[in-house]
Design a protein around this ligand. Structure first.
Ligand SMILES: [Zn+2]
Length: 180
């Protein structure tokens, strides 16, 4: 599902809805199994499989997280409803549990989907308030709502395969029009 990590789990979660600023969106979290697959990919597979209700809650929370990130980016007051969703999600917070595995320390899986997403909200707030904040950048395609952590200072696209090539094609077409 993740073709190019955004560099943080919560940013990968935001990236599961593509094209927020376009007329058509693609939601990669299409059903509870897709949500389970995503959580496994980011290393937070819940011990209890996600339900349809979990999926609805995660989708709503994801959009609230995106709205809060945008408010932070634009230096404006976030909506109270969005903040409430983040705060409610954090109520399920449980710290990572560490166990002694045969071949080294093991960070145990979160008990439920609620715990997994509470961890991601906490990671988001840590990133927004900490030293990684300046590294969070929007995708170079302004019709894309993706964000990523630009650790090299050279990354332009959330996905060079999708967004990078879409913008190259668009530029090519507009040049072709100008020259006719
Ligand atoms: Zn993008």
């Amino acid at each position: 599902m993740i073709d190019e990590s955004a560099g943080a789990r919560w940013l990968d979660l935001l990236a599961t809805l593509r094209g927020r600023y376009r007329s058509r969106q693609v939601d990669l979290l299409s059903d509870p199994a897709a949500l389970a697959g995503f959580l496994a990919e980011v290393g937070l597979p819940p011990r209890v499989a996600p339900t349809a209700a979990d999926l609805d809650a995660v989708r709503a929370l994801r959009e609230a997280m995106h709205a809060v990130l945008r408010a932070d980016e634009e230096g404006r007051r976030p909506e109270a409803g969005d903040l409430a969703l983040l705060t409610d999600a954090q109520a399920a917070f449980e710290p990572f549990h560490l166990a002694a595995g045969e071949s080294g320390p093991v960070v145990e899986s979160p008990a439920t989907t609620d715990v997994a997403v509470a961890l991601m909200v906490t990671e988001m707030l840590g990133d927004l308030s900490g030293p990684r904040r300046p590294l969070i950048r929007p995708c170079g395609d302004d019709s894309c709502s993706g964000h990523f952590l630009d650790v090299t200072g050279r990354r332009t696209w959330c996905s060079s395969a999708r967004c990078g090539s879409r913008v190259r094609v668009r530029r090519h077409r507009s040049r072709a029009v100008e020259s006719t």
